[in-house]
Design a protein around this ligand. Structure first.
Ligand code: NFD
Length: 317
């Protein structure tokens, strides 16, 4: 009996108090001020000439966001709580520019270029104001928990999970023309397309059939990893079926050149990134052909006007 009591008490303790290894942060301090500051940066500087602006004032938007989760339980917060904020912060999206992503947040944003090439959810005001922040509410004063917020795995519709669900849905509903989704085909533990991902649950199903024409998939593979899936197999086949069943055209490209160049910017000397060097400077990498006065330094800027006797005007090594 005593042993049973011990187990019940241990279970209750594990459920109610953070364990030693639990380092979940609480609500980001000064979260409202951060939202207001980000909002002014967004509307006055960073996206001023890139995207249409929202109607609400920055103070009003930060207040609507803060009110949505404050004094609420941290779990099972319905998406409807965020609706007044979503309505006030909503913007029109430019045609053919919406970029969704799954598992490749950083690369997708490098490619999007702060809204210049593509527009991600985090380039819209709704996503920009709170991306990377932590928040959750509590019934007792002050109404926000600054010590610990549950993680998404702790409970369904945790405060920020329901926010991103509502934000993803609103973003998808606004997309027009061709939409693009970037995903990773190299992960052994997780397929590139999952129906239970945010993209699968809250974005693809909410694309407007009257506004969207096609879903263009960019399938990436990190340079040093094998392709577990390609456009022709694995979960991409299921994605094609789900896309075409909704009446959209489906296109898929493995590792487009633009993405390879982006990846190579981070790792220019890796074997897979020698394509530009080999094309522009035939002989580089071939030690006997090096000109003694031009050592093969990668990343050195070629002098295109140097007289080399090379009729193409390119430097000759
Ligand atoms: P993902 P996805 N626990 O890379 N979006 O398709 C915690 F704590 O798998 C943007 O699901 O792709 N965090 C954001 C988690 C968030 C967990 C959600 C988890 N179990 C959705 N699972 C954003 N900006 O933060 C996932 N996450 C978080 C929209 C984690 O931060 C975008 O428009 C991860 O980086 C995009 O098209 C992120 O969720 C699509 O949904 C995305 O998980 C990406 O969702």
């Amino acid at each position: 009996m005593a042993l049973q009591m011990f187990f019940v008490l241990s279970l209750l303790l594990a459920m109610t108090s953070p364990s030693a290894s639990d380092n979940n942060p609480g609500t980001t301090p000064h979260i409202q001020d951060i939202c207001i500051g980000r909002c002014y940066d967004y509307s006055q500087i960073k996206y001023k000439s890139v995207l249409p602006q929202a109607s609400g004032s920055c103070e009003e938007l930060a207040d609507k966001f803060f009110t949505a989760f404050s004094h609420q339980p941290p779990c099972s917060l319905s998406m409807a709580h965020y609706q007044p904020f979503m309505d006030a912060a909503k913007q029109a999206l430019p045609e053919d520019k919406a970029l969704f992503w799954s598992g490749v947040k950083q690369l997708a944003h490098e490619y999007a270029g702060d809204g210049r090439r593509f527009v991600t959810l985090e380039d819209t005001l709704i996503g920009y104001l709170v991306d990377g922040l932590v928040w959750c509410g509590q019934g007792s004063p002050p109404g926000q928990n600054y010590s610990r917020c549950p993680s998404w795995n702790d409970c369904p519709l945790e405060s920020s999970e329901s926010f991103w669900a509502a934000a993803s849905k609103a973003f998808a509903e606004s997309a027009r023309g061709r939409v693009t989704v970037m995903t990773d085909g190299s992960r052994a533990d997780r397929p590139a397309y999952r129906r239970d991902s945010f993209f699968g649950k809250y974005e693809l199903p909410f694309l407007n059939k009257a506004l969207v024409t096609s879903v263009d998939v960019i399938l990436t593979h990190p340079l040093d990893q094998p392709a577990v899936e390609t456009c022709e197999n694995g979960s991409l086949v299921q994605l094609m079926q789900d896309v075409t069943a909704r009446g959209f055209n489906f296109n898929c490209e493995d590792d487009p050149q633009a993405i390879l160049h982006l990846l190579c910017a981070d790792d220019p000397v890796i074997r897979e990134c020698q394509l530009v060097t080999k094309y522009m400077f035939p002989g580089r990498g071939d030690s006997e052909k090096y000109h003694p006065n031009h050592p093969p330094v990668l990343n050195s800027k070629p002098n295109l006007f140097e007289s080399t006797g090379n009729t193409a005007g390119l430097p000759y090594y």
